[in-house]
Design a protein around this ligand. Structure first.
Ligand SMILES: [Zn+2]
Length: 438
């Protein structure tokens, strides 16, 4: 059990200690960008004996703070005991109050702080619950009534996080890509993002070789110096077999309400057209002339068929708007999306729609419907068509629609943002964070 004195006092002492440490190391603690080239001094500083002062300051009305992490198998009773709380009223309140019961949901390793008085009665309790990158949610329990008539209040409140840019860089070792990410302390969700960003150009299972290099900058939300959640990769460089790949997140482009990854010179990373509108499917019929399975005559197949179980999710292959959602002869349930520059896509034989309306804007990869076998279909499959000026195209063989290039004002805004992020990446050029790798 770690115990300490009243918060204002602790904070004051902590501030003094932090200042001393900062001075001694010549760097700000927790700085995400610390410059290893900056001169560092290691001076011995004699700290005043604060313990004695603490003893003197503690008076009869003092409260004590204890901090514990939740352990596997903990009950509220065992947790409170470790926190130095011996207070049946508090324990009863926690087991009854809906907000306070959140304490039961805590996972192992989560932090809980308790403030107790000299008689080990609970004064307050605080526990971070969860949160997103921008804010943390925490549980606060406080004593409201006096000692004679103890009453407690519990509330869940949202607290803004401190946003930081985290950086990782290094070289791929003989152990391979995933092992290197591990050693370089790149979190799993950031690795997943990295793979997704370059999915159109790099196969991380097979293409990455020893000596390839990476630099990653990503956002992370912190609360009281502790990581709450990692956010988005905001900039990344990858040198794969001497080929340089770069990507930068930018959400300031006009007409884009979600943001996208761009190359450092302003070309969209995302492919304008996904290759497949369904996951885990088998191409069961290609594009072109074929003997129709139902009509037994040679007709042109205007799309491609993906065999997949009924209910399999169907995704928009490109951003656009819903042109039609409903039934058509032969097609059965069908969704037609309209895309920029005269393109449209058809998704047919569906078992159902994902709550979309005509005219609705759809983003690439958005769930629009479910595979079925409505209309002229012998089994569950998705019939998928890509049309240019209403003329069916083979979606698998034609490389269609160039990546979006930012122009005009959007490009100016992007380049300003890019130069700012690039200067951050430049910091990494001089640092071997994962120097033990090479
Ligand atoms: Zn078909």
């Amino acid at each position: 059990m770690r115990g300490y004195r009243p918060s204002w006092l602790t904070a004051g002492v902590a501030a003094v200690l932090t200042l001393c440490m900062a001075a001694a190391m010549g760097v700000a603690p927790h700085s995400a960008y610390y410059d290893p080239a900056a001169p560092r001094r290691q001076d011995a500083i004699r700290l005043p004996d604060l313990r004695e002062q603490l003893e003197k300051l503690a008076d009869a009305g003092a409260t004590y703070f204890h901090e514990e992490t939740v352990q596997r198998g903990d009950t509220v009773a065992t947790l409170l005991r470790r926190l130095g709380v011996e207070d049946p009223d508090a324990q009863q309140f926690i087991s009854r109050d809906p907000a306070a019961r959140t304490l039961f949901d805590l996972q192992p390793e989560q932090l809980v702080q308790a403030e107790v008085d000299q008689d080990k009665l609970l004064v307050s309790l605080r526990a971070p619950i969860d949160g997103n990158i921008n804010a943390s949610r925490e549980l606060l329990i406080g004593r409201a009534g006096g000692l004679q008539k103890p009453a407690f209040q519990a509330k869940l409140q949202s607290v803004r996080n401190e946003l930081r840019y985290e950086m990782r860089s290094g070289a791929i070792t003989a152990g391979g890509f995933f092992r290197t990410m591990d050693i370089a302390n790149v979190p799993e969700d950031i690795v997943r993002q990295l793979i997704s960003i370059f999915s159109g150009v790099v196969d991380f299972q097979h293409d990455i070789v020893q000596g390839d290099r990476f630099r990653i900058v990503y956002e992370a939300g912190f609360r009281d110096g502790a990581l709450v959640r990692n956010g988005r990769v905001v900039a990344v460089e990858l040198v794969n077999r001497a080929q340089l790949y770069q990507a930068l997140w930018y959400d300031g482009a006009e007409g884009s309400n979600t943001g996208d990854y761009y190359t450092f010179d302003g070309r969209a990373m995302a492919r304008p057209l996904l290759r497949s509108p369904v996951e885990f499917s088998r191409l069961s019929s290609g594009f072109g002339w074929r003997n129709h399975p139902l009509h037994h005559q040679w007709i042109q197949h205007k799309g491609v068929d993906f065999a997949a179980p009924t209910g399999t999710r169907v995704f928009a292959t490109a951003q656009g708007t819903v042109d039609f959602v409903g039934q058509q002869t032969g097609y059965g349930n069908i969704v037609i999306l309209k895309h920029p520059d005269g393109y449209s896509t058809y998704y047919a034989h569906l078992s159902g729609f994902a709550g979309i309306q005509p005219g609705q804007r759809i983003r690439q990869g958005q769930l629009i419907a479910y595979v079925g076998q409505t209309g002229w279909a012998t089994g569950p499959h998705l019939h998928y068509e890509l049309r240019f000026n209403d003329v069916p195209q083979n979606p698998l063989s034609v490389m269609l629609m160039e990546p979006v290039m930012l122009t005009g004002r959007a490009r100016q805004g992007f380049l300003t943002h890019a130069s700012d992020m690039l200067s951050r990446i430049d910091v990494l050029r001089g640092i071997e964070v994962a120097s033990s790798l090479s």
